[in-house]
Structures are given as structure tokens and as C-alpha cells.
Design a protein around this ligand. Structure first.
Ligand code: ADP
Ligand code: ASP
Ligand code: MG
Length: 437
């Protein structure tokens, strides 16, 4: 069984939806994971934020505008008659439900329910479309088998346990469709895998059923060697190891959800990144294999805060770092980069909700300096210790840019640099020119 995930633009219009059958072969066993139609989740986020702020009239206006788009979508997607009526009923149901939420107490629980409507709509409409053209398929409710725990960690055994009987119940059927992104949390409430989470769904499903491969179909021909939104002339990479892909996804390559590589890596399921608009392009294969001795790609992650703790108590002391890390652990704040000297340690975080409390506690160790608006530039490749020249090449490429932190040697496939976000674009372009051009 294969998992095929189609992102927002791949289902972004009725025309695109109908073209999915150029890629999906209904005779092959597969689970097709769909995102919401592009733009929908952004609109739902906006609607939800109005409702959270009790701006009911504004919210209703946005709901009506989105509803109108879906009315048009149904007319274009489905032939007049029974199927179009079914599609319209689905749209009416979801938008009446959204409108009804405007009249009640609106909390973070309802917020998640609102965000789930996009994937529920896209999958149900696609399922009706397949019926309308006589292609058999089964719609699987992701909320019945996708689950996260109290730490927002996905529960793969739960998925295996609940999905396997569902698949068995429809034995003989090849084409299954389900929602990306959405899941239930440990309270049983509707929740999600964070923005871009449909990639994560696909990889988690791949792991849960030990799929043959996971295909992520998107609007570009694979992982490029730099961010194509910022740098001109980027090129697709044919092979990446799981480790390399995980670093790139985590450090900002938007093509993949930050955590989406890990389940596939753990269960050794190859992941292919493919282009819906150009299905014949080779794309990128992510697997245990990789090309050796090369710089592969560069990515950047914004919204980083650097924290420097300087203390003479650190000199020749042991246990100092543990005590610092414990503070971050207590505030459930992950650390991304870390560099040390004998009397100071610098580290970076991107989750800053508890920054004030963290700094208060860190102050008891020494002086604390905070730098906001930083970006991590991550250069990924195969940099085994026996190889030389990579760090020099990277640093030489950005010698005109102030660098706040450098991390090298943490793994054999990553060199990370922290720069002010105002210098990110120049850093990406300059690295690209000197490394790949
Ligand atoms: P989808 O809606 O299919 O999930 P996304 O917008 O989430 O698609 O991801 C695809 C986009 O990721 C591309 O259009 C591209 O602009 C962006 N992107 C950022 N960095 C990279 C990269 N290194 N390689 C390829 N695409 C990238
Ligand atoms: N629809 C969700 C989002 O826009 C999930 C996804 O597209 O992967 O974030
Ligand atoms: Mg995406």
C-alpha cells in the first residue's frame, strides 16, 4: 500500500481536483491524504481569530465569503443533478455549522474545530466527485485514527490499531481517501498537527501501516537546494537521506512539515517529493541512502530568539549546563542551537511564550542577554569528520555578514549559523552563489 498526499494547491481548484486522476491510479492500493483547498485554512484561521476576539459580524462576513467560494467550487466540480446536490448539502452543512459557532462561547477548543473544516470539506467533495464519475473509493475519517498525546506527540500504535480494522472492513477496495492535518488530542477533542500538517499525516500513516512508500505531491519538483521563494536558480535534489531531509524540514524548507520526516525515518519508509503540475519530473527521494561528500541544500528558519548566559560560576564547574537546560525543560521550551565558551553559553529558541519566566530564573546564574529577530541558516550535506573545507567554504561565503552563532559538528550533515533576520536574504543568496553556482 502507498500513501499519496496532495497539498493545498494540488486540490486548489475544481480543475486541479479532477486532474488528480492523472496521478492516482484507482487500481492500485493506496491511501490518498488531502489538504484543504489552498487558502481555506488561512481563511479559517482568520474567522477563528475574529470569533476569539468576539468580532462576530466580521467573522460572519468572512464565513459568507468563503461559503460563496465553495458554492462556486461545487458547481464547477460536480455535474448538475444528484451529485451536485450532495456536494451542496455538504457545503451547507459545514458553513451552517461555522455560522452557528458565532452564537456560542468560543474557546481554543472551537478554534481547532473551525480549522478542521477545510480538510473535511476537501475530502468529502473529492469523494463525491469520484462517485460522480464512477470511481469507487472509501472515505476514512482521520479523527477516528489520528491521535496526539498530552505532549502533542502522535500516537502511531493507536493509528495502527484503529486504521487496520477499517482497511480490513473495506477489503477489495483500493482507493482510500482521508484528511490530512486533523487529529484528536488526549482529551478526545478535535485538534491538528500544526500548519502544514498534512505531510505529517502522510508520514504517520506510512509508519502506521508500514506502507511501501509515501508520496508528497506539491507544487514544485522536489526539495530544492535553497528556498525558491528567496533565491533565483534553485535546483531540485534527487536524493536526500532521512537525516538531511529532517534537518531541512525542521530548519525552514516549507515543502515539508518540520516533523514529517521522523515517522518515515523510524519505520524506514521512503518518501518521494513530487510535482502535481509536472508529474513526470523525478522529484526527490528521501531514504536511508544519500550522495556522499556534498553540500546539498540550504534552508532558513525565522522567528528565532538567542539567549546568552554569562557567568564566571561556569568556569571549571560541572552541572552548570544541566541546571540551565532544566529551566527550559520545565517551561517546555525546546532549544535549537547551542554554543558554549568557558564562561558563557548561547542558545536559541523559537517558542517564546515563557521567555520572561525563563529569563527570571536564568538571572540567578549570571547576566542574561536576549537577541530577538534572528534566523537560523542551515547548510545541509554530508560533512563527515574526515572531510575538510566545508566550514571554511560556508563561512567564506558570508564573510560580509555578521554571524551571531555557529554550530558545526553536532551531526555530520549540518552546519548552522545564526544571523539577524535582516541579513537572511543576503546570507541565503550569497551562500547559494558561492556554493552552487
Ligand atoms: P503544499 O500546499 O503542497 O503542502 P507548501 O506550500 O506547503 O505546499 O510547500 C511547497 C512550497 O515550499 C513550494 O512552493 C516552495 O515555495 C516552498 N519551499 C520552500 N523551501 C523549499 C525548498 N528548499 N524546496 C522546495 N520548495 C521549497
Ligand atoms: N491545511 C493545513 C494548512 O494549511 C494543512 C496542510 O495544508 O498541510 O496548514
Ligand atoms: Mg505544505
Amino acid at each position: 500500500m502507498k500513501i499519496l498526499k496532495f497539498g493545498g494547491t494540488s486540490v486548489g481548484s475544481p480543475e486541479r481536483m479532477t486532474k488528480l486522476l492523472d496521478i492516482i491510479n484507482p487500481a492500485e492500493e493506496q491511501i490518498v491524504v488531502l489538504s484543504a483547498v489552498s487558502g481555506t485554512t488561512n481563511s479559517l484561521v482568520e474567522i477563528s481569530s475574529k470569533l476569539l476576539k468576539e468580532e462576530k459580524d466580521e467573522a460572519i462576513k468572512l464565513i459568507k465569503a468563503l461559503n460563496q467560494k465553495y458554492n462556486e467550487f461545487v458547481i464547477e466540480l460536480l455535474p448538475a443533478g444528484d451529485f451536485r446536490e450532495q456536494g451542496q448539502e455538504v457545503v451547507d452543512y459545514h458553513f451552517n455549522f461555522l455560522a452557528s459557532l458565532a452564537n456560542d462561547l468560543f474557546t481554543n477548543i472551537e478554534d481547532k474545530v473551525v480549522l478542521a473544516q477545510g480538510e473535511l470539506l476537501s475530502t468529502t467533495l473529492y469523494h463525491i466527485y469520484l462517485k460522480s464519475i464512477g470511481v469507487p473509493s472509501v472515505l476514512l475519517p482521520a479523527l477516528d485514527f489520528m491521535k496526539i498525546d498530552e505532549d502533542n506527540e502522535p500516537d502511531i500504535p493507536f493509528t495502527t490499531e484503529h486504521l487496520t480494522p477499517l482497511l480490513a472492513k473495506h477489503k477489495g477496495n483500493n482507493l482510500f481517501i482521508t484528511q490530512g492535518f486533523i487529529c484528536r488530542n488526549s482529551f478526545g477533542e478535535v485538534d491538528n498537527l500544526r500548519r502544514g500538517g498534512s505531510d505529517y499525516t502522510a508520514s504517520l500513516l506510512g509508519a502506521a501501516i508500514l506502507a511501501e512508500e509515501v508520496q508528497i505531491w506539491t507544487d514544485i519538483d522536489g526539495m530544492h537546494n535553497n528556498d525558491p521563494r528567496i533565491v533565483k536558480g534553485t535546483k531540485p535534489i534527487s536524493h536526500l537521506s532521512f537525516d538531511e531531509a529532517a534537518e531541512l524540514a525542521y530548519f525552514g524548507a516549507k515543502i515539508l512539515h518540520p516533523q514529517s520526516v521522523f515517522p518515515a525515518q523510524k519505520y524506514k519508509i521512503p518518501v518521494r517529493l513530487l510535482n502535481t503540475m509536472e508529474p513526470k519530473a523525478l522529484g526527490t527521494v528521501i531514504s536511508t541512502e544519500s550522495e556522499k561528500g556534498k553540500i546539498k541544500s540550504i534552508a532558513a528558519k525565522d522567528g528565532i530568539t538567542a539567549i546568552k548566559i554569562q557567568s564566571s560560576r561556569m568556569l571549571l564547574a560541572y552541572g552548570f549546563l544541566r541546571r540551565i537546560f532544566e529551566i527550559f525543560e520545565r517551561y517546555k521550551t525546546p532549544i535549537d542551537m547551542i554554543t558554549t565558551s568557558e564562561v558563557a553559553v548561547s542558545l536559541t529558541i523559537d517558542f517564546t511564550d515563557n521567555l520572561e519566566e525563563i529569563v527570571k530564573e536564568l538571572n540567578s546564574f549570571g547576566s542574561v542577554e536576549i537577541d530577538k529577530d534572528q534566523s537560523i541558516i542551515c547548510v545541509v550535506g554530508d560533512f563527515g569528520a574526515e572531510k575538510h573545507g566545508y566550514a571554511a567554504k560556508v563561512l567564506d561565503s558570508i564573510k560580509h555578514i555578521p554571524v551571531r552563532m555557529i554550530s558545526y559538528g553536532g551531526s555530520a550533515y549540518n552546519i548552522s549559523l545564526l544571523v539577524g533576520t535582516e541579513n537572511k536574504v543576503e546570507a541565503l543568496r550569497s551562500l547559494h552563489d558561492r556554493i552552487f553556482e
